[in-house]
Design a protein. Sequence first.
Length: 165
Amino acid sequence: MFSKSKINEPGPKAGENEVKPAASEKPAVPTPSAPPATPKAKPPASTLSSDLVIKGDIRSTGDIIVEGTVEGDIRAHQLTIGEGATVKGEVIGDDVVINGRIIGRLRGLKVRLTSSARVEGDIIHKTIAIESGAHFEGSVQRQDDPLAKGSRTPVAPAPKAAAKE
């Protein structure tokens, strides 16, 4: 169907000491080289800067560093709340480090409140560390799987008003 032109190829010109493969030999076909098996590099953490205000939920399978204000729930693998940051909502992560302020529930496999942390809400954890100087107002509960969907306390639905006919 298509053939490769030998006009611009280096090497002997047509008819100059050309060696033709024998009829039983197949011409060498280049095999595509497989890329080397290297582990996938971990992407850098997403940083929400101090001048950023987000109203809504944030979900990531990666790492997040919050330096600004978030009004909504945050879920990430590794989550760091900076000293000047404020989160009003539920914070969920495998590894959570709080340096700033959280107003809401905190769920994590590994939770650390640093000396500058301010938490107003319940903490559900597998392991926890609270440094001297951290402010915490709420309850602490240990669970083997604090990230499980069932660990959130269900809220009773509001009663429905009777419809008038």
